[in-house]
Design a protein. Sequence first.
Length: 301
Amino acid sequence: MTNTFSVWLLAARLRTLPLACSSILLGSGLAASRGAFDGTIMGLSLLTAILLQILSNLANDYGDAVSGADNGERIGPQRAVVSGLITRHQMCVAMGLTALAAVVSGLSLLVCAFGEAWQQILTFILLGGAAIVAAITYTVGKSPYGYRGFGDISVFLFFGLLGVLGSYYLFTHSLEWDLLLPATACGLLATAVLNINNVRDIETDAASGKITLAVRLGRNRAIAYHWVLLGAALLATIAFLLTQPASLWPWIFLPAMKPLTDAACTLRESFDGEVLTGALKKTAISAFLFSLLLSAGLALT
């Protein structure tokens, strides 16, 4: 089949991109609340995060096809390589081009943020390199860490701590300890998105040798773990806001918790793959709204 633009949009999995922007938005909102904001830095940060997420999605499509984790029993959106819409070679080329674009975008961001401060630029180059390696080796390679139960840790770090703190540092060139709380909350919610995906796929993953944390825990404990992620994210956010100057604006994030808990209830009650896919989408959108609303509220403080 001819590879059209729509096929590549399928492979890029655009629905995952808002979540990739969550940590950047939150870091930007935190910076704005403390008097430091630059629209160019935010724009380049978002572009780089989006390119890294697309790279991760392409690598995931390729890696799961090669390993056999994606097959006829797979639940969820159609995958391009295993469906024959894109060849393995074409996907490898696309991964290389996307990685190159991420490098160019990332370097432009660093020059904009730091000018000639080469020590800071080098530090972020190393972090960016680690992000690219993590995006590819999640499902690609002789021993992809996503197949050994370490995906949750990676998501927590890159979509939480590093994403929020790193983007904040790009604006302010400084860090404060209290920022660990909102960064932790952001990472926990991103991990919850991965967990609900892995609970949905728990049987097919186990059958194909993809040993995610959900497979290791088993369904019931993975669901309990999901509630812990949501509860800890809420507590971390409340603890942070209670240490900040009194304002009602940051609390506008609270409505985003309702669909998160609704999706968690669905996860507990349903075994149907299509229903759980809907809960997954609701969790991803709500996690994004959580960061967006919290960021906006902080900026308005």
